[in-house]
Design a protein around this ligand. Structure first.
Ligand SMILES: [Zn+2]
Ligand SMILES: [Zn+2]
Length: 358
């Protein structure tokens, strides 16, 4: 019985081309009490591999978090299978706005301690005691309220290319950091403000809202289904779209354009631009924003050092890397001192003031 992915990304890409079928990219999550994540994991792998599902799925005692793609014509079978699992019955699926047949090239289902790396080692609060869920229409109304503080729960490199009008976008690398910053900065407003949160697909807010309620915030709200579901509802119900720019996503598409606004800048020359790239020097691989002109001039590299290394024959590059561990920059998504145009928003209240002035 096959329980793990066996094809390389390249082989898979060829198969997808040969099949010539449209694929759907979608995501969903559910907090639930899963007794034996390994058994569920194997069951999902066998069934989904058979349905030609590809993607990245985490299963834990606390639930499941799935981002995947599948052939559009197998969607009904897939949905039926989800409905056969009690805690996934009728679950809302976030269907991607921009489709790409190669959003995922492997099926990876992993058993993890948690379904989101939230850095929260706090079992004292009840994850199911979450904030009030808002649909797009209610969300649009509430974020115009004077008493509302709207917070983007994502990381700096995500909110940099797109966020809601007037949102506070904490300059953080991790979810854990943003919880602390928000709590500290709003400590005097736990009762008189509406704390409204959003993230990509809703999962981070699920936990954050429970956390803030546990910390004494009285009016906690979250955008149900995140930016993805918001955009779907805006289109379906013809509502005003209040999201500017691109929605960062965690697959090979990298982002979905939600509005035509370009709110970010090339990290190298400062020109308006909002498409991420990875530094072409494999030893660096830094995720950053680079415009087309800089890409050409810098050979898709983040610095002159990387450009020089990238230009060396492969064997020499390998020899240089020997014994040097990977560069830290790999994990510092979009942060490096030589990228002078990276937006740096340290203080959330300064951001708030800036936003209110507009
Ligand atoms: Zn540039
Ligand atoms: Zn680099």
């Amino acid at each position: 019985m096959q329980l793990y992915n066996t094809l390389s990304a390249k082989e898979r890409a060829q198969l997808i081309d040969q099949a010539g079928k449209n694929r759907l990219t979608l995501s969903f999550y559910q907090y639930a009490n899963i007794e034996n994540p390994q058994i569920l994991r194997d069951h999902l792998f066998i069934t989904w591999n058979h349905l030609d599902v590809l993607g990245r799925i985490y299963v834990a005692h606390e639930g499941i978090n799935a981002q995947l793609s599948l052939p559009a014509d197998r969607f009904n079978e897939f949905k039926e299978h989800l409905d056969s699992i009690s805690f996934l019955q009728g679950i809302r699926l976030n269907i991607a706005i921009e489709q790409d047949n190669k959003s995922f090239l492997k099926l990876k289902i992993k058993v993890r301690d948690k379904i989101v790396a939230d850095g929260l080692n706090d079992d004292t609060f009840d994850v199911t005691n979450k904030g009030i869920h808002l649909g797009a229409e209610q969300f649009n109304v509430l974020i115009e309220d004077q008493k509302t503080v709207l917070v983007d729960m994502r990381n700096h490199y995500e909110s940099e290319i797109g966020h809601f009008k007037n949102a506070i976008t904490p300059d953080v690398d991790t979810f854990r950091d943003s919880l602390d910053i928000i709590e500290a900065d709003l400590k005097d407003h736990k009762e008189d403000k509406n704390l409204v949160m959003y993230c990509t697909g809703g999962i981070r807010c699920e936990k954050a809202s429970a956390y803030f309620k546990h910390k004494g915030f009285k009016n906690v709200y979250q955008l149900e289904g995140g930016i993805i579901e918001y955009t779907r509802q805006v289109k379906e119900k013809n509502l005003e779209n209040k999201f500017l720019g691109q929605n960062f996503v965690f697959d090979d598409r990298r982002a979905e354009r939600i509005s035509e606004d370009v709110i970010a800048q090339c990290h190298q020359c400062g020109a308006p631009f909002d498409v991420h790239t990875n530094c072409a020097n494999d030893a660096c691989h830094l995720l950053f924003i680079q415009c087309d002109a800089c890409k050409e001039e810098m050979d898709n590299c983040c610095s002159t050092t990387c450009k020089e290394i990238h230009a060396l024959p492969y064997e020499e590059q390998k020899a240089l890397r020997k014994g040097q561990g990977n560069s830290n920059d790999i994990f510092k998504k979009g942060r490096a001192d030589h990228l002078s145009y990276k937006k740096d928003l340290r203080n959330i209240f300064e951001t708030l003031k800036l936003n209110k002035k507009e």
